[in-house]
Structure formats: structure tokens, C-alpha cells
Design a protein around this ligand. Sequence first.
Ligand SMILES: [Zn+2]
Length: 91
Amino acid sequence: MSMSGKDRAVEVMAIRCPKCGREYDVTLFEFEKGVICECGERIGLKHKEFTDNLGKELKHYEQEVEEEKLSKIKRASEKIVSLILILIIPA
Ligand SMILES: [Zn+2]
């Protein structure tokens, strides 16, 4: 797991109050009930909204992992090519 993926997951877990901008950990939420912000604003979060967002983020994260894998494979193949070149070219 890359650090960027982890950071993004943390971002998903924070819910911002639309009135004052205070951030709340989503794990403190009771779905469909919401919480009362310190400014008095009720912050609600629909379960579907949350899972949709999480799904989107995970999809993006999966793509990132694929790109990471691809670049690893690319680096590995470049190494192999240079090894082959070393073997072919007599010292
Ligand atoms: Zn607030």
C-alpha cells in the first residue's frame, strides 16, 4: 500500500460541516442520524453517499496500484534489458 492511498482513505473518513468547516471523523457518525456540530449545524450523512464516495476512492486507488505495478514491471524489464546488453557486449 502506498502512502498516498492511505492519506486519501483518511480524507474520506473526514466529514466537513457545511456551515463552519469543522471536520469530523466519520467513525463518530451514526448513519442517517448525523451529529450536531459545535456551531449548532446538524451534519447528516447518508449511508449511500458515503459508500458511493468510498467506492469512487477505492476505484481510483486500484488504478493507482495498477500504475505502480506497471512501472515496477517496466523498471524490471529495463533492468533485464540492460543485463542482456551486458551479457551480449563482451567486456
Ligand atoms: Zn459547524
